[in-house]
Design a protein around this ligand. Structure first.
Ligand code: SAH
Length: 394
């Protein structure tokens, strides 16, 4: 393995940069009502603002249920524009659209909206950059810029829902049905904001997007304390674990967090999640030619997962700039699938939507002509007992 590819430190603590302006989506319903009252407006206007926000209405002129004189004040105070479109790129005959967003401080993130015959899924970012340093992932190689606020994460899903409703993707108007936290960042390293986002996604309209638990997927490198915390919270969304290797030796290099929480511990935490929620979890496994795609690794993975409430999602590696690695050739993929299935493990191969616009898994790098410095501070000496992602909103 190329040493240069694994040299990045693990970064847990997001650099503190200016927090985005206050937004309705960061507040509880009570807090929003109080904020509206402070502006001298009746508290129920908070509900009216929520209705507009979750429908993707941002233009005060369209908020005709609010008194004209109060529209500007209320939207400025509670619905500031946090996400500015830098550009959209489409692929797959207009059925995939990647959006590059600029945040208030110039940080850049991407989200990808994908339309399928039976559903529409948006892949959202939870951090600008990522501190988990996985060597095959473009975001991981860019380092961590900062955590996103709840409103910045929720805003990506709301924009996708509005884009579907407005028929902005080929195929006419439709409905956003699924959200996956598989864009930039490690969602469980930004736990408090992601938790708030889950509430907003699952809460029925007008105070949320009204998605079903099973259609929301949180994908993680395996931050065990945060998986346990998610288990206790009872939100019952789908959990996906980025495993990429069945053995600690290889996983230590592909998913460096494995040096802290081993394969066995991650699987144990995922099993507990499955037991509590009654829901099968996904194991994500990027097939990398001659790195993790050997028949014996398929057998090892099959042995590890047989009899568990797990499903394997194989992802042929999406190429990233500067990486020496390739996707596994088709015969190796087929052999891998066959061996897992023979072991009794449900296995699918993920399609690579948006690959030609660098919009597929692990390709999100949010590159733009204006470069944003990404801050990779040296790994702090965090004790293994430290609960990651425990940071609360201030
Ligand atoms: N931090 C979260 C979300 C990351 S993106 C996590 O790691 O789970 C979602 C998936 O894409 C993860 O499984 C990630 O490992 C995978 N991925 C990253 N880079 C990839 C690449 N170049 N090709 C294929 N999959 C990749």
């Amino acid at each position: 393995m190329d040493d240069a590819m694994t040299a990045l430190p693990l970064v847990f603590d997001a650099p503190r940069r200016g927090t985005p302006p206050r937004h309705l989506a960061d507040l509880t319903r009570e807090e929003a009502r109080a904020a509206v009252a402070e502006l001298g407006q009746p508290a129920f206007r908070a509900d009216q603002l929520a209705r507009h926000f979750y429908r993707g209405v941002t233009d005060p002129a369209q908020m005709t249920d609010l008194p004209a004189a109060a529209r500007e004040t209320l939207t400025e105070a509670l619905l500031p524009g946090l996400l500015t479109v830098v550009r959209h790129q489409t692929a797959d005959n207009g059925r995939t659209r990647k959006t590059l967003w600029r945040l208030h401080d110039g940080a850049l993130v991407e989200s990808v909206l994908m339309r399928y015959p039976d559903r529409a899924t948006v892949c959202i970012s939870s951090q600008a950059g990522c501190g988990m340093a996985c060597p095959f992932c473009a975001t991981g190689q860019s380092g961590l810029t900062r955590n996103l606020s709840a409103a910045e994460i929720i805003g990506q899903a709301v924009a996708a829902a509005a884009a579907m409703a407005n028929g902005e993707l080929d195929g006419g108007p439709g409905r956003l049905s699924n959200v996956v936290f598989m864009g930039m960042g490690e969602p469980l390293a930004n736990y408090a904001r992601v938790r708030k986002t889950l509430d907003a996604l699952l809460t029925p309209a007008p105070h949320g997007l009204g998605l079903s638990q099973r259609s929301v997927t949180v994908s993680t490198v395996g931050l065990v304390p945060a998986i346990r915390r998610l288990t206790e919270e009872g939100r019952n969304v789908t959990l996906a674990v980025s495993l990429h290797a069945p053995d600690d030796e290889l996983r230590n290099t592909l998913v460096p967090i494995n040096t802290r929480w081993k394969v066995g511990e991650v699987i144990e935490a995922a099993d507990a999640y499955a037991k509590k929620t009654g829901r099968r979890y996904s194991i994500e496994y990027a097939l990398i030619r001659d790195v993790n795609d050997q028949p014996q690794r398929a057998d090892l993975l099959g042995k590890l997962l047989a009899g568990r409430l797990a499903h394997v999602n194989l992802i042929p590696l999406n190429p990233t700039p500067g990486s020496p690695w390739d996707a596994s050739p088709l015969p190796a993929q087929r052999e891998f699938v066959a061996r897992l299935r023979a072991a009794g493990v449900a296995t699918t191969v993920r399609d690579t939507r948006g690959q030609d616009i660098d919009g597929a898994c692990g390709q999100l790098a949010a590159a733009d002509s204006v470069s944003v410095p990404s801050v990779a501070v040296p790994a702090p000496s965090v004790e293994p007992t430290v609960e990651l992602g425990a940071e609360e909103d201030q």
